[in-house]
Each structure stands twice: as C-alpha cells, then as structure tokens.
Design a protein around this ligand. Structure first.
Ligand code: C2O
Length: 550
C-alpha cells in the first residue's frame, strides 16, 4: 500500500511556560508533527511544502532508504534544502524493518520543533509482534523546549563558534508538564489506561542535546525493541534513551487505580559536567480510568542522579537482539576496519563564522579522527557523487586511524595535536557490500561525554562496549556474535568505546554523526560513500525531477 501525507511546514504560534506567544516552525500546525503509520513493505510518500521562513529538509531517521538515497534528507549531504515557498516529494519503501522510528528536520536546529513519529507495523497477514499483543499503543516523544527562536540560536552558535545554552524545559509530546513554573494545565500530556491493561509505549528521544532517564512511578517496563529492532524482553524500572534512539516497552497497569507521573530527567554524561544541560524534569501523567479526584497530586518517581553513568551503561549494554528467522545476522568476516576517535576540540575561526572573536583564539569544535566535518556549500555530496564530480565538494581521505595514538580517555593526557582540529569534508569510500567494523573511541579532549553516534542508511550491530581506551585483545573476547543489539544510534559510553559492524549494501552517501545538534554542526560527523556497483541495482538511481536546486 501507499501511505501518503502532505507536510506543510510553517509558522505555529504557541505559548509555553508563561512566555508570550512564540512563533515556532512546525508541520501542519502540530507539535509534535503528524505521526506516519505504515506497514512493513508499504511505500511512504510525503509532499513537503515549505511555507516556513527557513530552508528545510526532512530526514526519516532509521529508514534504510534502500534504492532511494535522494529521499534521506540531510541538508547538503543528500540534497540541497527546499527553499522558502518550494516543495519536494520524499518517496521511499519501508521494507525489511518494523517498529518505532521518527522523522525530523535535518538543517539548522529546526528539528527542535519539526519532528514526529514514524511507526512501521508488521505486514498485514505476515503475523504479529514477537511478544503478547498489547491492549493499546501510545507514542511518547521526548523533546527540548527553548524560550527562543531555535534558528537564531543556531545562527549565533555557528557564527560565534560557541555552543548554544541549555533548553528551558524537557517535553513529552511537546508539553513540559506541571513541574515547571507556570506550566498551564493543558501543558501536561496524559495517557489513560484501564487497570491491568498492557500498553506498548513507543518512546522516542527527539531532544537536541540530552540523553534522558525515563521512569513511571510504581510501574516497570519490559523493553521489546530499540531503534526498530526487536530485543530479548528486558525488564527494568528505568529506560535510558539518547537523542536519536527509540525504545519500545510494555507497561502493565498493575498498580492501584490512580494517577502516576511519567518523568524524564537528563543523563549528563559529560565529565566535567556540561553547562548545556538543563537540570529539570519533564512530566506526563498516566491516569487510570476511575482515578477521579484530579486534586490528588501524583508523586514523582525517584529519578537517577543526572550523572548516574552506571545506570545508563547497565541499560544500554544489556540489551540483546531477539533472534528471529529471516532477520540479518552478524557478518563474521570483516573487509574494512576502522578505529575512529569521537570527541570535542577547538579550531580556528572559519571565514563564515563572522561573529567569531579571532583575538580570543580558537573556538569550540568537534571531530572524528581529528577531521572536523563541514558541509559543502554549492552542491550536495550525493549530486557530486552521482555526477562523478567530487572535486571541490569532498575528498576521499577520511582516515581509518587517528593521526596519533595517545591516552584517549585520560584528562591528564589532554593532547594538543588532537585537540586542534582541521575543518574538511572527507568521506570514507566503501566497496558495495563490504563489511565494515568500526571502533568508536570517545576522547577526554575538553570533556568526556557519551556521544550518540547515528548512521544513516543502515542498522549496525553493537558487538561490545566499555570504558577507557579500547584494547583489542580484551574487547574481541567480549564480542557478542550471537545476538548483539542492532541499532541505528549507539551511545558510546562516556570516556569509553563501542564496536559496531555493518554491511555496506546500500549505494549512496550516508552521513554518520553525533546526534547532539550542538556537536553536529561543529564537525562531529563524516560521510560514507558507498560506491556504485556495476549493475543497475547496485548503483545510485537518477535524482527525482523535483530535487531542489542549491
Ligand atoms: Cu536523526 Cu542525521 O539524523
């Protein structure tokens, strides 16, 4: 079947936290935007009509885009943005994947308000979930809210080379909840359940910069999927979710009839702490039918401390895949091995950073293997790739190793050479169908932090993760080659590492980057160029006729 939507991106006037009405950018006047619901095997068609004052693209986060690389969406990687007044139709299949994904703007900080859920149900007739059918399903999208124009925030951050400040609130389905000063009664999201019902929560972290702890007072979760990949059922009383990730969890309403807080609070993985985090709690309410008395104040679940890395690591490292017939299994032979440092740094002011204070020395930056990624300006990377005209757009020299070996995770050995990054647009070229193993090594340069690394165009297996410097011999013995979790976004442990593997069976240009927007535009990314094969089905198809021009 074809699932078709029109997304009118335009202004929405909204008031939160007692602020005067603010104009935000939103799809179809909704925050979050519309949910796309499809069944595995369907074709999704979305007509983007840009009535906003900004240039716009939409990314379908976690969708493979097999054979449709022009629909992936990251600005200047796979397309030039849709201009004000312009439009573009995204058309792609949702084949071979099911579960909870999402979509978001992929330009500036506009995904702060331009986002929504993308739910892929099992194919009709092909069966059902590999867990007992829930009585109902609910989407919970976590976000961050600024009492400011996020486009302007981005401009200032980019032009000055300084990170943007903390959000004013965490939100659940666009609403901050009633723990914030002056949050209006209609600014709390509510889910209604009957006692003993089972609800499937489709949880999405759409926040710009903050991993979150999520709890429901007096209730526990059974996690059944992450990033639209089924997991071995995992019982927990806390869900940990980094920006870009999704978690599907069953919750049984087995408490006394009443009202219960559902709460999100930050996991600030940065050491030393990160001033870009807001130390507040966003809430929604789980209300049992019959709870009646609205004056009974719900009690907050005790949240983990903001710096509780042990709780975060336990959740994130204990998930395993549910092995199902027909699902991809871990490739055992590796063609391309990479060791890539991921972290913060500094760089010179760039010419386009017109508000950069040159007399104060270098500005904030971030990089992978010390290459600080910048988007090309004149043409998209996929167009350059397709036209065989990479010159002046990107170079094929993304390094497989860091330029020097040092003690990556000890703050004491802060390394000047590695801290000082060079801006460039480097890609790693892969042969079609190559199996890639990538060690992602976080650094302590400036600060240790858990970077949520997202790969477009593929899922990857997470074979192992840990703290400190990667030690190959020790790590290989821990590799899970039986049922490793499959994801599109891995939260590399703070001051630690993760090993991922994927098969490059999707021709195109695929962005890999930190899903903190504060790091993304300062260079924490790179692009895989998956080479054209020699047959039609292994090469990039011609661009759609309405592909926006730069
Ligand atoms: Cu969800 Cu490139 O991002």
């Amino acid at each position: 079947a074809v699932v078709e939507h029109t997304f009118n991106v335009g202004n929405l006037s909204i008031s939160q936290l007692c602020q005067p009405d603010m104009i935000i950018t939103a799809v179809n006047g909704q925050l979050p935007g519309p949910t796309i619901q499809a069944s595995e095997g369907d074709t999704v068609v979305v007509h983007l009509v840009n009535e906003s004052p900004y240039r716009m693209t939409i990314h379908w986060h976690g969708i493979f885009q097999r054979g449709t690389p022009w629909a992936d969406g990251p600005t200047m990687v796979t397309q030039c943005p849709v201009r004000q007044g312009g439009n573009y139709t995204y058309r792609f299949n949702v084949t071979g994947q099911e579960g909870t994904l999402w979509w978001h703007a992929h330009i500036s900080f506009l995904r702060a308000t331009v986002y929504g859920a993308l739910v892929i149900l099992p194919r009709a007739g092909a069966g059902a979930y590999p867990f007992p059918k829930p009585d109902k399903e609910e989407i919970l999208m976590f976000g961050e809210w600024w009492n400011a124009n996020v486009y302007d925030l981005h401009e200032t951050a980019f032009l000055t080379g300084q990170p943007a400040g903390p959000a004013n609130a965490y939100t659940i389905n666009g609403k901050p909840g009633d723990l914030y000063n002056c949050s209006a009664p209609n600014q709390t999201h509510k889910i209604e359940v009957r006692q003993n019902e089972t609800t499937l929560l489709r949880i999405i972290n759409a926040a710009l910069n903050t991993p979150l702890f999520f709890k429901v007072k007096d209730h526990t979760f059974t996690v059944v999927a992450a990033d639209a990949c089924y997991t071995t059922p995992y019982k927990t009383d806390v869900v940990v979710i980094a920006p870009g990730q999704t978690v599907d969890a069953l919750v049984v309403a087995d408490a006394a009839v009443g009202r219960y807080y559902m709460a999100v609070s930050p996991y600030d993985s940065a050491i030393p702490g990160n001033p870009a985090f807001s130390m507040t709690t966003g809430t929604a309410v789980l209300e049992y039918v019959g709870a009646g008395n609205a004056t009974v104040p719900p009690v907050l679940p005790p949240q983990p401390d903001y710096n509780d890395t042990a709780t975060a690591y336990k959740f994130l490292s204990n998930l395993t895949a549910l092995v199902l017939p027909g699902r991809p299994t871990v490739p055992l032979d590796v063609d391309t091995r990479m060791f890539v440092t991921v972290g913060l740094g500094v760089s010179d002011c760039q010419p386009e950073q017109t508000m950069c204070n040159r007399s104060e020395g270098p500005v904030f930056s971030s990089s992978m293997n010390n290459a600080s990624f910048v988007l090309p300006r004149a043409t998209s990377m996929l167009e350059a790739h397709y036209g065989g005209a990479s010159a002046g757009v990107y170079t094929r020299d993304f390094p497989d190793r860091p330029p020097i070996v040092f003690d990556y995770t000890s703050a004491a050995s802060d390394n000047d050479t590695m801290q000082y990054t060079e801006k460039s647009t480097k890609v790693k070229t892969l042969k079609y169908n190559a199996t890639v193993e990538m060690v992602l090594q976080n650094t302590a340069l400036i600060a240790k932090e858990s970077h949520p690394m997202h790969l477009h165009g593929f899922n990857f297996f997470v074979l192992a993760q840990g703290f400190g410097n990667y030690n190959e011999t020790a790590a290989v013995s821990q590799f899970n080659l039986v049922n490793p979790q499959e994801r599109n976004t891995v939260a590399v442990p703070t001051g630690g590492w993760a090993v991922i593997r994927f098969v490059a069976d999707n021709p195109g240009m695929w962005y890999m980057h930190c899903h903190f927007d504060a790091h993304l535009d300062l260079g924490l990314g790179m692009v895989f160029e998956v080479q054209n094969g020699t047959t039609a089905d292994t090469s990039v198809p011609p661009p759609p006729r309405d592909l926006p021009l730069c």
